[in-house]
Design a protein around this ligand. Structure first.
Ligand code: AMP
Ligand code: TRP
Length: 361
């Protein structure tokens, strides 16, 4: 059975190996399995749509010049990591107005209380509050519930999941390949889609999250208890896809360790487990094999090999990235084609929604 697959990344900073391992790697695996299927039977071809979600990025302030650059950078990175525009569609969210249109409609069926329970909002808003107050505490949630300095906590940040639900529901999406942190937003999407269907009639397909258990949550190299993230205040926490070799080596060398230098993945060794997962994802050698290989090895040798594996993995990605960025026409062609495809599909869904709700003439 053919499936519609939709996912996206915010162009709100530098894409890192957590984005690659948690999301893009899955996209490519799905693409490659559908490429195989295309050859055997057209009927089995998956529909793959990957979005650059710039409207999500502006839920916190983005410098306009930087944002414009990051949008193109993100698109070029999708391609250089291996997304094939002959099989998958790539487009920029803000170039299809149906996303914001459907967001408003979904807002009108979304219970306020349901949005209030989203953990990402609680985390992000409390981080903004702490920054505004100059507090460096890592106690994430405390401090929310308004303490004055809340100008940066926008309605858009609160409403973020409704925009994400619109992204997904517009395309009759079956599966959404993402990292663990997005699971709650996909459950939200299902709840809202189902509620709409019950109120007005069957319009939306309810999507499933696709989350790869072991790699769903890559942690910061500086704090194995916090997620590797674009907005980490410590620049050593994330290896970015476009970092140069020296920087990669430095970040790997400075990665924090657990007590004891045993090279083994175990619950009480979160830092080691995390770097072994990264090693496996970039080298294709399983964590088990790595544990065997480095059983009696010096920790410094292990780290050298890990750095080398990351550098080797990123070299072709970066080379392709440079080529793509030099060919503006090509990137524009891919994004135009993606946008036209997306609009053609989503506008039908919007029409259906308007009709069933009694909107317009
Ligand atoms: P974002 O960086 O928030 O735009 O996330 C884009 C995609 O990457 C989503 O599917 C996230 O779940 C995934 N992702 C982001 N950070 C990580 C991480 N540290 N580990 C695994 N997946 C991640
Ligand atoms: N909220 C997602 C994130 O931060 C990005 C996103 C927006 C997304 N719309 C989406 C992911 C639709 C999957 C499907 O990671």
């Amino acid at each position: 059975m053919s499936k519609a697959i939709f996912s996206g990344i915010q162009p709100s900073g530098n894409l890192h190996i957590g984005n690659y391992i948690g999301a893009i790697k899955q996209w490519i695996d799905l693409q490659n399995s559908s490429k195989f299927k295309v050859q055997s039977s057209k009927l089995d071809e998956n529909e793959l749509i990957f979005c650059i979600v710039d409207l999500h990025a502006i839920t916190v302030y983005q410098d306009p010049k930087v944002l414009k650059e990051k949008i193109l950078e993100t698109a070029a990175l999708y391609l250089s990591c291996g997304i094939d525009p002959k099989i998958a569609k790539i487009f920029i969210q803000s170039e299809n107005p149906d996303h914001t249109y459907l967001t408003w409609i979904l807002d009108c069926v979304t219970p306020f209380g349901l949005l209030s329970r989203m953990t990402q909002f609680k985390d992000k808003s409390s981080t903004l509050l702490r920054r505004a107050a100059g507090i460096a505490s890592s106690d994430a949630r405390q401090g929310f519930e308004g303490r004055g300095k809340d100008e940066n906590i926008t309605v858009g940040l609160f409403n973020y999941p409704a925009l994400m639900a619109a992204d997904i529901l517009l395309y009759d999406t079956d599966q959404v390949p993402v990292g663990e942190d997005q699971k709650q937003h996909i459950e939200f999407t299902r709840d809202i889609g189902e509620k709409f269907n019950k109120m007005y009639g069957q319009v939306f397909k309810l999507p499933e999250p696709l989350i790869q258990k072991e790699t769903a949550r890559i942690m910061s190299l500086q704090n194995p208890l916090s997620k590797m993230s674009k907005s980490d205040s410590n620049p050593l926490g994330a290896i970015n896809l476009l970092d140069n070799n020296d920087l990669i080596v430095e970040k790997v060398k400075k990665a924090v360790t657990d007590s004891g230098l045993e090279i083994i993945a175990r619950e009480d060794k979160p830092a080691m487990s995390n770097i072994l997962t990264i090693f496996e994802s970039v080298s294709g050698i399983s964590v088990f094999e790595l544990e065997q290989k480095y059983k009696n090895a010096k920790y410094s040798d292990f780290k050298n090999d890990l750095a080398e594996a990351v550098v080797e993995f990123l070299a072709p990605v970066q080379k392709k990235y440079t080529e793509i960025r030099e060919d503006k026409n090509y990137l524009n062609m891919v994004l135009d084609e993606g946008r036209d495809y997306a609009v053609a599909k989503s506008s039908k869904k919007v029409q259906q929604v308007k009709e069933i709700m009694g909107l317009g003439r």
